[in-house]
Ligand binder design. Sequence first.
Ligand SMILES: [Zn+2]
Ligand SMILES: [Zn+2]
Length: 465
Amino acid sequence: MITTEASVQSRHGAPDVARPLDQWRECPDCGLLSTLPEMRPGLVAECPRCGKTLWRMRRAPFSFPIACGLSGLLFYTYALVAPFLEISAYGRFQLARLETGPHELTLHGYTLLGFLVLAVTAIFPGIKLGIMLLTLFGLETRTVPSRLMIALFRWYARITPWSMIDVYLLGFLVAYTRLAAIATVHLDTSLYALVGLMIAMAAADGAMDTEAVWRALERAKVHTDERYHQHHPEVPWPEDAPIANMSTEGVIGCHTCHLVNRAVDGDLCRRCHTRLHARKGNSVSRTWALSLSAVALYVPANIYPVMQITQLTKTTNYTIFGGIQELMAYGLWPLAALVFLASITIPLAKLFTLGYLLVQTQRNSPTHLNGRTRAFRVIDFIGRWSMIDIFMISILVALVRFGQFANINPYSGAPCFAAVVILTMFSVITFDSRLMWDAPRRAAPAAPAPERGAPLSQSSKGVPA
Ligand SMILES: [Zn+2]
Ligand SMILES: [Zn+2]
Protein backbone atom coordinates (compact mmCIF):
# COMPACT_ATOMS: atom_id res chain seq x y z
CA MET A 1 0.00 0.00 0.00
CA ILE A 2 1.39 3.40 -0.97
CA THR A 3 0.89 5.98 1.71
CA THR A 4 -0.09 9.26 0.17
CA GLU A 5 1.34 12.66 0.97
CA ALA A 6 -1.94 13.70 2.58
CA SER A 7 -1.96 10.89 5.09
CA VAL A 8 1.71 11.41 5.99
CA GLN A 9 0.90 15.01 6.86
CA SER A 10 -2.05 14.09 8.99
CA ARG A 11 -0.19 11.38 10.87
CA HIS A 12 2.78 13.55 11.82
CA GLY A 13 0.97 16.89 11.87
CA ALA A 14 -0.53 18.95 14.69
CA PRO A 15 -1.94 17.09 17.73
CA ASP A 16 -5.04 15.29 16.57
CA VAL A 17 -7.02 16.10 19.72
CA ALA A 18 -7.13 19.70 18.56
CA ARG A 19 -8.98 18.73 15.42
CA PRO A 20 -12.76 19.19 15.23
CA LEU A 21 -14.92 16.33 16.42
CA ASP A 22 -16.37 15.73 12.95
CA GLN A 23 -12.88 14.68 11.79
CA TRP A 24 -12.84 11.89 14.36
CA ARG A 25 -13.92 8.34 13.79
CA GLU A 26 -14.70 5.47 16.11
CA CYS A 27 -13.93 2.25 14.26
CA PRO A 28 -17.21 0.26 14.17
CA ASP A 29 -15.26 -3.02 14.30
CA CYS A 30 -12.60 -2.43 16.96
CA GLY A 31 -13.73 0.79 18.69
CA LEU A 32 -10.45 2.66 18.17
CA LEU A 33 -10.79 6.44 18.08
CA SER A 34 -8.72 8.05 15.35
CA THR A 35 -8.79 11.16 13.21
CA LEU A 36 -9.42 11.03 9.49
CA PRO A 37 -6.55 12.01 7.21
CA GLU A 38 -7.00 14.97 4.84
CA MET A 39 -9.43 13.33 2.45
CA ARG A 40 -9.71 13.79 -1.28
CA PRO A 41 -11.72 11.86 -3.89
CA GLY A 42 -10.25 8.42 -4.51
CA LEU A 43 -8.68 8.15 -1.07
CA VAL A 44 -9.69 5.45 1.42
CA ALA A 45 -9.32 6.03 5.16
CA GLU A 46 -8.65 2.83 7.09
CA CYS A 47 -8.62 2.08 10.79
CA PRO A 48 -4.94 1.95 11.83
CA ARG A 49 -5.61 -0.97 14.18
CA CYS A 50 -7.90 -3.41 12.35
CA GLY A 51 -7.86 -2.08 8.77
CA LYS A 52 -11.62 -1.44 8.59
CA THR A 53 -12.55 1.01 5.84
CA LEU A 54 -13.74 4.18 7.58
CA TRP A 55 -14.39 6.35 4.53
CA ARG A 56 -14.02 5.63 0.83
CA MET A 57 -14.31 9.08 -0.71
CA ARG A 58 -15.91 8.96 -4.15
CA ARG A 59 -15.32 11.24 -7.13
CA ALA A 60 -19.02 11.42 -8.05
CA PRO A 61 -20.87 10.72 -4.79
CA PHE A 62 -24.32 11.73 -6.11
CA SER A 63 -24.59 11.64 -9.90
CA PHE A 64 -23.42 8.05 -10.51
CA PRO A 65 -25.54 6.44 -7.73
CA ILE A 66 -28.57 8.44 -9.02
CA ALA A 67 -28.00 7.08 -12.55
CA CYS A 68 -27.69 3.50 -11.17
CA GLY A 69 -30.72 4.00 -8.92
CA LEU A 70 -32.89 5.27 -11.78
CA SER A 71 -32.01 2.34 -14.04
CA GLY A 72 -32.57 0.04 -11.04
CA LEU A 73 -36.02 1.57 -10.55
CA LEU A 74 -36.98 0.87 -14.19
CA PHE A 75 -35.81 -2.76 -13.91
CA TYR A 76 -37.55 -3.12 -10.55
CA THR A 77 -40.90 -1.84 -11.83
CA TYR A 78 -40.75 -4.18 -14.81
CA ALA A 79 -39.73 -7.16 -12.64
CA LEU A 80 -42.76 -6.55 -10.40
CA VAL A 81 -45.30 -6.85 -13.19
CA ALA A 82 -43.83 -9.26 -15.77
CA PRO A 83 -43.20 -13.03 -15.40
CA PHE A 84 -39.59 -14.23 -15.28
CA LEU A 85 -40.08 -17.90 -16.00
CA GLU A 86 -42.66 -20.08 -17.66
CA ILE A 87 -42.82 -23.84 -17.90
CA SER A 88 -45.02 -26.25 -19.81
CA ALA A 89 -45.60 -29.93 -19.14
CA TYR A 90 -48.43 -32.41 -19.50
CA GLY A 91 -50.14 -30.02 -21.89
CA ARG A 92 -50.37 -27.34 -19.21
CA PHE A 93 -48.60 -24.05 -18.74
CA GLN A 94 -47.45 -22.09 -15.65
CA LEU A 95 -45.64 -18.80 -15.22
CA ALA A 96 -43.94 -17.19 -12.26
CA ARG A 97 -43.63 -13.58 -11.17
CA LEU A 98 -41.79 -12.35 -8.10
CA GLU A 99 -44.91 -12.64 -5.96
CA THR A 100 -46.10 -16.06 -7.24
CA GLY A 101 -43.80 -18.09 -4.95
CA PRO A 102 -44.72 -16.19 -1.75
CA HIS A 103 -48.41 -16.44 -2.71
CA GLU A 104 -48.17 -20.24 -3.15
CA LEU A 105 -46.28 -20.62 0.14
CA THR A 106 -49.07 -18.70 1.87
CA LEU A 107 -51.71 -20.94 0.27
CA HIS A 108 -49.86 -23.99 1.65
CA GLY A 109 -50.03 -22.52 5.16
CA TYR A 110 -46.47 -21.16 5.27
CA THR A 111 -47.56 -17.53 5.63
CA LEU A 112 -44.50 -16.25 7.50
CA LEU A 113 -42.15 -17.94 5.04
CA GLY A 114 -44.09 -16.46 2.13
CA PHE A 115 -43.94 -13.02 3.66
CA LEU A 116 -40.19 -13.38 4.30
CA VAL A 117 -39.51 -14.28 0.65
CA LEU A 118 -41.72 -11.44 -0.58
CA ALA A 119 -40.02 -8.98 1.80
CA VAL A 120 -36.42 -9.74 0.85
CA THR A 121 -37.06 -10.07 -2.90
CA ALA A 122 -39.67 -7.39 -3.61
CA ILE A 123 -40.36 -5.08 -0.64
CA PHE A 124 -36.89 -4.34 0.78
CA PRO A 125 -35.16 -3.82 -2.59
CA GLY A 126 -37.91 -1.34 -3.46
CA ILE A 127 -37.61 0.48 -0.12
CA LYS A 128 -33.83 0.62 -0.50
CA LEU A 129 -34.10 2.09 -4.00
CA GLY A 130 -36.71 4.57 -2.79
CA ILE A 131 -34.59 5.76 0.14
CA MET A 132 -31.52 6.14 -2.05
CA LEU A 133 -33.26 8.05 -4.85
CA LEU A 134 -35.33 10.28 -2.56
CA THR A 135 -32.28 11.26 -0.49
CA LEU A 136 -29.91 11.86 -3.40
CA PHE A 137 -32.55 13.73 -5.49
CA GLY A 138 -33.58 15.69 -2.43
CA LEU A 139 -30.00 16.77 -1.84
CA GLU A 140 -29.47 17.72 -5.48
CA THR A 141 -32.76 19.62 -5.90
CA ARG A 142 -33.39 20.77 -2.28
CA THR A 143 -37.05 19.81 -2.67
CA VAL A 144 -37.32 17.23 0.14
CA PRO A 145 -37.36 18.35 3.82
CA SER A 146 -33.95 17.61 5.32
CA ARG A 147 -35.41 15.97 8.43
CA LEU A 148 -37.40 13.52 6.29
CA MET A 149 -34.25 12.67 4.30
CA ILE A 150 -32.30 12.10 7.52
CA ALA A 151 -35.07 9.94 9.00
CA LEU A 152 -35.15 7.83 5.82
CA PHE A 153 -31.43 7.58 5.14
CA ARG A 154 -30.87 6.16 8.63
CA TRP A 155 -32.42 2.95 7.27
CA TYR A 156 -30.30 2.68 4.13
CA ALA A 157 -27.39 0.71 5.60
CA ARG A 158 -29.69 -1.34 7.85
CA ILE A 159 -31.89 -2.53 5.00
CA THR A 160 -29.03 -3.33 2.61
CA PRO A 161 -28.29 -6.93 3.75
CA TRP A 162 -32.02 -7.74 3.59
CA SER A 163 -32.34 -6.82 -0.07
CA MET A 164 -31.53 -10.18 -1.65
CA ILE A 165 -32.05 -9.97 -5.42
CA ASP A 166 -28.53 -11.38 -6.00
CA VAL A 167 -29.17 -14.41 -3.77
CA TYR A 168 -32.60 -14.89 -5.38
CA LEU A 169 -30.99 -15.16 -8.82
CA LEU A 170 -28.71 -17.96 -7.58
CA GLY A 171 -31.77 -19.70 -6.13
CA PHE A 172 -33.36 -19.25 -9.54
CA LEU A 173 -30.35 -20.94 -11.20
CA VAL A 174 -30.74 -24.02 -8.98
CA ALA A 175 -34.53 -24.08 -9.51
CA TYR A 176 -34.04 -23.78 -13.28
CA THR A 177 -31.85 -26.89 -13.49
CA ARG A 178 -34.37 -28.89 -11.47
CA LEU A 179 -37.31 -27.66 -13.56
CA ALA A 180 -35.49 -28.50 -16.79
CA ALA A 181 -35.50 -32.14 -15.66
CA ILE A 182 -39.30 -32.34 -15.45
CA ALA A 183 -40.69 -29.75 -17.89
CA THR A 184 -40.01 -27.46 -20.83
CA VAL A 185 -38.67 -24.21 -19.41
CA HIS A 186 -38.70 -20.75 -21.05
CA LEU A 187 -36.89 -17.78 -19.62
CA ASP A 188 -39.08 -14.70 -19.65
CA THR A 189 -38.21 -11.02 -20.08
CA SER A 190 -38.49 -10.11 -16.42
CA LEU A 191 -35.51 -12.36 -15.64
CA TYR A 192 -33.28 -9.95 -17.57
CA ALA A 193 -34.83 -7.09 -15.60
CA LEU A 194 -33.91 -8.90 -12.37
CA VAL A 195 -30.32 -9.33 -13.59
CA GLY A 196 -30.29 -5.63 -14.56
CA LEU A 197 -31.67 -4.71 -11.14
CA MET A 198 -28.98 -6.76 -9.42
CA ILE A 199 -26.21 -5.09 -11.45
CA ALA A 200 -27.68 -1.59 -10.98
CA MET A 201 -28.00 -2.07 -7.20
CA ALA A 202 -24.49 -3.51 -6.89
CA ALA A 203 -23.09 -0.56 -8.88
CA ALA A 204 -25.07 1.93 -6.77
CA ASP A 205 -23.86 0.26 -3.56
CA GLY A 206 -20.29 0.35 -4.76
CA ALA A 207 -20.50 4.01 -5.79
CA MET A 208 -22.46 5.20 -2.76
CA ASP A 209 -20.44 7.50 -0.50
CA THR A 210 -22.55 7.42 2.67
CA GLU A 211 -20.20 9.79 4.53
CA ALA A 212 -20.57 12.39 1.75
CA VAL A 213 -24.36 11.94 1.90
CA TRP A 214 -24.41 12.40 5.69
CA ARG A 215 -22.27 15.53 5.43
CA ALA A 216 -24.59 16.94 2.75
CA LEU A 217 -27.63 16.07 4.88
CA GLU A 218 -26.08 17.87 7.83
CA ARG A 219 -25.48 20.99 5.71
CA ALA A 220 -29.07 20.80 4.42
CA LYS A 221 -30.39 20.57 7.99
CA VAL A 222 -28.35 23.58 9.11
CA HIS A 223 -29.67 25.52 6.10
CA THR A 224 -33.29 24.62 6.98
CA ASP A 225 -32.76 25.50 10.66
CA GLU A 226 -31.29 28.89 9.69
CA ARG A 227 -34.30 29.72 7.53
CA TYR A 228 -36.66 28.59 10.30
CA HIS A 229 -34.94 30.84 12.82
CA GLN A 230 -35.06 33.78 10.42
CA HIS A 231 -38.86 33.45 10.38
CA HIS A 232 -39.20 32.57 14.08
CA PRO A 233 -36.61 34.69 15.91
CA GLU A 234 -38.47 34.14 19.19
CA VAL A 235 -37.48 30.45 19.23
CA PRO A 236 -34.05 30.10 20.86
CA TRP A 237 -31.29 28.66 18.66
CA PRO A 238 -30.35 25.22 19.99
CA GLU A 239 -27.00 25.11 21.71
CA ASP A 240 -24.54 23.25 19.58
CA ALA A 241 -22.17 20.68 20.95
CA PRO A 242 -18.66 22.15 21.33
CA ILE A 243 -16.67 21.54 18.16
CA ALA A 244 -13.10 21.57 19.43
CA ASN A 245 -12.48 18.86 21.99
CA MET A 246 -9.40 18.30 24.06
CA SER A 247 -10.04 14.81 25.40
CA THR A 248 -11.46 11.47 24.32
CA GLU A 249 -13.55 11.12 27.46
CA GLY A 250 -17.31 11.00 26.99
CA VAL A 251 -17.41 10.59 23.24
CA ILE A 252 -19.52 8.02 21.41
CA GLY A 253 -19.34 7.10 17.75
CA CYS A 254 -22.78 6.87 16.12
CA HIS A 255 -23.32 3.38 14.69
CA THR A 256 -25.61 4.73 11.96
CA CYS A 257 -23.81 7.78 10.51
CA HIS A 258 -20.43 7.20 12.26
CA LEU A 259 -20.19 10.77 13.56
CA VAL A 260 -18.34 11.00 16.87
CA ASN A 261 -20.54 12.81 19.41
CA ARG A 262 -19.75 14.30 22.79
CA ALA A 263 -22.51 12.42 24.57
CA VAL A 264 -23.54 9.90 27.18
CA ASP A 265 -25.40 6.63 26.56
CA GLY A 266 -28.95 7.33 25.43
CA ASP A 267 -28.32 10.78 23.89
CA LEU A 268 -29.30 11.40 20.27
CA CYS A 269 -26.66 11.69 17.54
CA ARG A 270 -26.49 15.36 16.51
CA ARG A 271 -26.30 14.45 12.82
CA CYS A 272 -28.73 11.54 12.27
CA HIS A 273 -30.71 11.59 15.58
CA THR A 274 -30.10 7.88 16.26
CA ARG A 275 -29.92 6.99 19.95
CA LEU A 276 -26.26 6.59 20.90
CA HIS A 277 -24.79 3.66 22.81
CA ALA A 278 -21.11 3.23 23.58
CA ARG A 279 -21.60 -0.50 23.02
CA LYS A 280 -24.62 -2.50 21.83
CA GLY A 281 -26.84 -3.32 24.84
CA ASN A 282 -26.59 -6.88 26.25
CA SER A 283 -24.70 -7.84 23.13
CA VAL A 284 -23.20 -11.11 24.40
CA SER A 285 -26.36 -12.53 25.97
CA ARG A 286 -28.57 -11.52 23.05
CA THR A 287 -26.13 -13.06 20.56
CA TRP A 288 -26.00 -16.26 22.63
CA ALA A 289 -29.81 -16.43 22.74
CA LEU A 290 -30.17 -15.96 18.98
CA SER A 291 -27.32 -18.36 18.12
CA LEU A 292 -28.58 -21.10 20.43
CA SER A 293 -32.09 -20.77 18.97
CA ALA A 294 -30.51 -21.17 15.54
CA VAL A 295 -28.63 -24.29 16.73
CA ALA A 296 -31.89 -25.74 18.07
CA LEU A 297 -33.66 -25.13 14.75
CA TYR A 298 -30.70 -26.39 12.69
CA VAL A 299 -31.59 -29.96 13.69
CA PRO A 300 -35.22 -30.03 12.40
CA ALA A 301 -34.12 -27.92 9.40
CA ASN A 302 -31.87 -30.78 8.31
CA ILE A 303 -33.90 -33.76 9.50
CA TYR A 304 -37.31 -32.76 8.11
CA PRO A 305 -37.86 -32.55 4.36
CA VAL A 306 -37.91 -29.03 2.92
CA MET A 307 -40.10 -30.01 -0.02
CA GLN A 308 -42.18 -32.82 -1.40
CA ILE A 309 -42.15 -33.70 -5.09
CA THR A 310 -45.05 -35.74 -6.46
CA GLN A 311 -44.79 -37.08 -10.02
CA LEU A 312 -47.76 -39.18 -11.12
CA THR A 313 -48.02 -41.77 -8.33
CA LYS A 314 -44.54 -41.35 -6.89
CA THR A 315 -43.98 -38.98 -3.95
CA THR A 316 -40.47 -38.12 -2.80
CA ASN A 317 -39.51 -35.98 0.20
CA TYR A 318 -36.31 -33.98 -0.05
CA THR A 319 -34.23 -32.79 2.85
CA ILE A 320 -31.64 -30.10 2.18
CA PHE A 321 -28.95 -32.74 1.92
CA GLY A 322 -31.20 -34.94 -0.27
CA GLY A 323 -31.56 -32.02 -2.69
CA ILE A 324 -27.78 -31.78 -2.94
CA GLN A 325 -27.51 -35.53 -3.59
CA GLU A 326 -30.06 -35.21 -6.36
CA LEU A 327 -28.06 -32.43 -8.02
CA MET A 328 -25.00 -34.69 -7.85
CA ALA A 329 -26.99 -37.55 -9.36
CA TYR A 330 -27.81 -35.26 -12.33
CA GLY A 331 -24.06 -34.65 -12.68
CA LEU A 332 -24.45 -30.97 -11.71
CA TRP A 333 -21.40 -30.92 -9.46
CA PRO A 334 -20.71 -27.16 -9.44
CA LEU A 335 -24.33 -26.45 -8.48
CA ALA A 336 -24.30 -29.20 -5.82
CA ALA A 337 -21.11 -27.70 -4.39
CA LEU A 338 -22.71 -24.23 -4.40
CA VAL A 339 -25.83 -25.42 -2.52
CA PHE A 340 -23.70 -27.46 -0.11
CA LEU A 341 -21.62 -24.38 0.62
CA ALA A 342 -24.63 -22.08 1.03
CA SER A 343 -26.99 -24.41 2.93
CA ILE A 344 -24.73 -26.65 5.01
CA THR A 345 -21.29 -25.04 5.34
CA ILE A 346 -22.20 -21.36 5.80
CA PRO A 347 -24.80 -21.80 8.61
CA LEU A 348 -22.48 -24.20 10.47
CA ALA A 349 -19.45 -21.94 9.97
CA LYS A 350 -21.45 -18.97 11.21
CA LEU A 351 -22.65 -20.78 14.34
CA PHE A 352 -19.21 -22.19 15.20
CA THR A 353 -17.51 -18.82 14.58
CA LEU A 354 -20.07 -16.93 16.65
CA GLY A 355 -19.70 -19.46 19.49
CA TYR A 356 -15.92 -19.09 19.38
CA LEU A 357 -16.10 -15.26 19.30
CA LEU A 358 -18.56 -15.22 22.22
CA VAL A 359 -16.49 -17.60 24.37
CA GLN A 360 -13.26 -15.69 23.66
CA THR A 361 -14.98 -12.38 24.47
CA GLN A 362 -16.33 -13.74 27.75
CA ARG A 363 -12.88 -15.11 28.62
CA ASN A 364 -11.43 -11.59 28.01
CA SER A 365 -8.96 -13.24 25.65
CA PRO A 366 -6.33 -10.84 24.23
CA THR A 367 -5.24 -13.19 21.41
CA HIS A 368 -5.89 -13.10 17.64
CA LEU A 369 -7.97 -9.92 17.84
CA ASN A 370 -7.35 -9.01 14.19
CA GLY A 371 -8.06 -12.57 13.06
CA ARG A 372 -11.28 -12.69 15.07
CA THR A 373 -12.39 -9.35 13.66
CA ARG A 374 -11.72 -10.61 10.12
CA ALA A 375 -13.70 -13.81 10.86
CA PHE A 376 -16.58 -11.67 12.11
CA ARG A 377 -16.54 -9.62 8.88
CA VAL A 378 -16.58 -12.83 6.81
CA ILE A 379 -19.63 -14.31 8.58
CA ASP A 380 -21.35 -10.93 8.34
CA PHE A 381 -20.77 -10.89 4.57
CA ILE A 382 -21.68 -14.50 3.72
CA GLY A 383 -24.73 -15.03 5.95
CA ARG A 384 -27.45 -13.98 3.52
CA TRP A 385 -26.27 -16.43 0.81
CA SER A 386 -27.80 -19.32 2.76
CA MET A 387 -31.21 -18.22 1.50
CA ILE A 388 -30.54 -19.89 -1.89
CA ASP A 389 -32.47 -23.05 -0.98
CA ILE A 390 -35.47 -21.11 0.34
CA PHE A 391 -35.70 -19.09 -2.88
CA MET A 392 -35.34 -22.26 -4.96
CA ILE A 393 -38.25 -23.86 -3.07
CA SER A 394 -40.43 -20.76 -3.52
CA ILE A 395 -39.82 -20.81 -7.31
CA LEU A 396 -40.44 -24.57 -7.63
CA VAL A 397 -43.62 -24.37 -5.56
CA ALA A 398 -44.86 -21.50 -7.72
CA LEU A 399 -44.35 -23.33 -11.00
CA VAL A 400 -44.82 -27.06 -10.53
CA ARG A 401 -48.58 -27.26 -10.08
CA PHE A 402 -49.78 -29.77 -12.65
CA GLY A 403 -52.68 -31.33 -10.76
CA GLN A 404 -52.45 -35.11 -10.59
CA PHE A 405 -49.37 -35.22 -12.88
CA ALA A 406 -46.70 -33.35 -10.95
CA ASN A 407 -46.67 -31.16 -7.85
CA ILE A 408 -44.05 -29.62 -5.61
CA ASN A 409 -45.11 -28.64 -2.10
CA PRO A 410 -43.13 -26.96 0.67
CA TYR A 411 -42.51 -29.03 3.80
CA SER A 412 -41.88 -28.27 7.45
CA GLY A 413 -38.07 -28.24 7.16
CA ALA A 414 -38.23 -25.11 4.98
CA PRO A 415 -39.49 -22.62 7.61
CA CYS A 416 -37.04 -24.11 10.14
CA PHE A 417 -34.15 -23.58 7.74
CA ALA A 418 -35.27 -20.02 6.91
CA ALA A 419 -35.46 -19.33 10.66
CA VAL A 420 -31.87 -20.60 11.08
CA VAL A 421 -30.66 -18.17 8.38
CA ILE A 422 -32.59 -15.22 9.82
CA LEU A 423 -31.56 -15.96 13.43
CA THR A 424 -27.87 -16.21 12.49
CA MET A 425 -28.14 -12.94 10.53
CA PHE A 426 -29.66 -11.24 13.56
CA SER A 427 -27.04 -12.73 15.89
CA VAL A 428 -24.29 -11.20 13.72
CA ILE A 429 -26.14 -7.86 13.95
CA THR A 430 -26.44 -8.03 17.76
CA PHE A 431 -22.80 -9.06 18.31
CA ASP A 432 -20.61 -6.03 19.05
CA SER A 433 -17.11 -6.87 17.81
CA ARG A 434 -15.68 -3.92 19.77
CA LEU A 435 -16.27 -5.96 22.96
CA MET A 436 -13.51 -8.33 21.81
CA TRP A 437 -11.08 -5.39 21.77
CA ASP A 438 -12.39 -4.09 25.12
CA ALA A 439 -12.06 -7.49 26.78
CA PRO A 440 -8.26 -7.59 27.35
CA ARG A 441 -8.47 -4.16 29.01
CA ARG A 442 -11.35 -5.28 31.22
CA ALA A 443 -9.23 -8.24 32.30
CA ALA A 444 -6.18 -6.04 33.11
CA PRO A 445 -7.48 -2.61 34.20
CA ALA A 446 -3.99 -1.48 35.30
CA ALA A 447 -2.64 -1.70 31.75
CA PRO A 448 -2.50 1.64 29.89
CA ALA A 449 -5.72 2.18 27.98
CA PRO A 450 -4.95 2.25 24.26
CA GLU A 451 -7.91 4.31 23.13
CA ARG A 452 -10.73 5.71 25.33
CA GLY A 453 -9.37 8.05 27.93
CA ALA A 454 -5.92 8.20 26.38
CA PRO A 455 -4.68 11.17 24.38
CA LEU A 456 -5.78 10.73 20.81
CA SER A 457 -2.61 10.26 18.87
CA GLN A 458 -3.64 7.95 16.08
CA SER A 459 -4.75 8.98 12.68
CA SER A 460 -6.54 6.76 10.19
CA LYS A 461 -4.42 5.62 7.31
CA GLY A 462 -5.30 7.07 3.94
CA VAL A 463 -4.60 4.86 0.97
CA PRO A 464 -5.48 5.41 -2.69
CA ALA A 465 -8.53 3.44 -3.76
ZN1 LIG B 1 -10.63 -0.74 13.79
ZN1 LIG C 1 -25.47 9.54 13.73
